[in-house]
Design a protein around this ligand. Structure first.
Ligand SMILES: NC(=O)c1ccc[n+]([C@@H]2O[C@H](COP(=O)([O-])OP(=O)(O)OC[C@H]3O[C@@H](n4cnc5c(N)ncnc54)[C@H](OP(=O)(O)O)[C@@H]3O)[C@@H](O)[C@H]2O)c1
Length: 329
């Protein structure tokens, strides 16, 4: 059994716990919140054993072996470091951290304790449809291009329009659409095609000073990948990967619930529509790593997770730099 401690009491932690309970490999031990009533209520609602308002006390809880972090982005770095220094595994919401420097500090700390895992919760690349696309692409001799789309109007943008400053649109917390939604299509592109040779980001600014919508162009050897993402508008535009007569369509680059394959007029479903809690696939993959960390397969998968996290972090950093965005360090 994996013994969890959680940071952040918003809906995403609840959804993660629902997935964890469904899988049956996790048990909630401890809850941290800045507010004692929130911490106690959250622990009560999710059968957690203990609740804390002091982070050091939380990290000192010896029953916790794995910390799930779902706090505002700019807090992740220190919380991951603290968790590792208290010898805990980490599952951290995307984006894990906000610069290659921060990530290197984290990876150096992890390397000193190689039995620990640091896992970035990029759920799209754990979906069955993503794995089916990976397998299909492995049979292709070339790719001519791809477009990944992920746009969801955010109810928090209504708050911005009403003059408020929610964390997700606050530069101080590493907010903006590139870190919040853009990271999903970046994961798609980097996991499927590797690190691009060049990358450019074209943001649409909103009045809080962050990017609310954007397009990124990733230049690979012989083809281009376009990423479109937005928190200030909706889109139902599917995503596509194409090469010669072959075409893969994906319903949504962030959700990755369904993928289809076309050759000329033939169509084949690569993966049936996924309708369950979208955190189940990633939490299942993570459980396999956390339960048996010392097997050869777990070590290889852990290395792959860290390498992908590093590559995505690098691309995100370069895209931000290309648009003059710098995140708090
Ligand atoms: N995987 C997904 O589908 C998904 C979906 C949504 C969000 N996320 C990720 O999850 C993380 C949290 O996002 P969110 O939208 O839930 O963020 P949020 O609502 O701004 O904050 C999350 C939690 O952090 C604590 N918090 C809020 N403001 C804080 C502050 N100023 N200082 C310290 N703690 C603060 C709150 O918990 P307490 O009040 O209990 O301390 C809150 O419940 C982000 O990294 C985001 O990218 C992932």
């Amino acid at each position: 059994m994996i013994n969890l401690g959680t940071i952040g009491t918003n809906w995403i932690t609840e959804r993660m716990l629902e997935a964890a309970t469904t899988i049956g490999a996790y048990r909630l031990q401890a809850v941290y919140s800045r507010h004692s009533a929130t911490a106690a209520q959250f622990a009560h609602d999710h059968a957690g054993q203990r609740s804390y308002t002091n982070l050091t006390d939380f990290f000192n809880d010896e029953q916790v072996d794995t910390v799930y972090i779902a706090s505002p982005n700019s807090l992740h770095f220190q919380q991951i470091l603290q968790a590792l220094r208290h010898h805990k595994n980490v599952i951290v919401e995307k984006p894990a951290v906000l610069s290659p420097y921060q990530l290197q500090m984290i990876l150096d700390e992890q390397a000193r304790q190689p039995d620990l895992q640091v896992l970035e919760a990029a759920r799209n690349v754990h979906m069955p449809a993503f794995k089916a696309v990976e397998q299909q692409l492995a049979t292709w001799d070339h790719v001519e291009g791809a477009e990944f789309n992920f746009s969801q109007y955010s109810s928090r943008y209504d708050q911005v329009l009403a003059g408020e400053l929610p964390n997700v649109f606050n530069r101080k917390f590493g907010g903006g659409v590139l870190t919040d939604l853009g990271i999903y299509p970046i994961y798609d592109a980097v996991a499927l095609f590797g690190v691009p040779q060049q990358q450019f980001y074209y943001p649409t600014w909103i009045k809080t000073g962050v990017d609310g919508k954007g397009t990124a162009r990733l230049e690979y050897d012989g083809f281009t990948v376009i990423l479109n993402f937005s928190k200030i508008s909706f889109s139902n535009q599917a995503s596509e990967i194409y090469g010669g007569r072959q075409l893969i369509t994906i319903d949504n680059a962030g959700e990755f619930t369904q993928a289809d394959y076309f050759t000329g007029k033939e169509q084949q479903q690569l993966s049936p529509a996924y309708r369950d809690n979208p955190m189940i696939p990633e939490m299942t993959d993570f459980a396999a790593l956390l339960e048996q960390p010392n097997t050869r397969i777990a070590k290889e998968r852990g290395n792959r997770e860290r390498q992908l996290m590093k590559q995505v972090n690098q691309v995100l950093d370069r895209l931000a730099a290309s648009a003059g965005i710098s995140y708090p360090q």
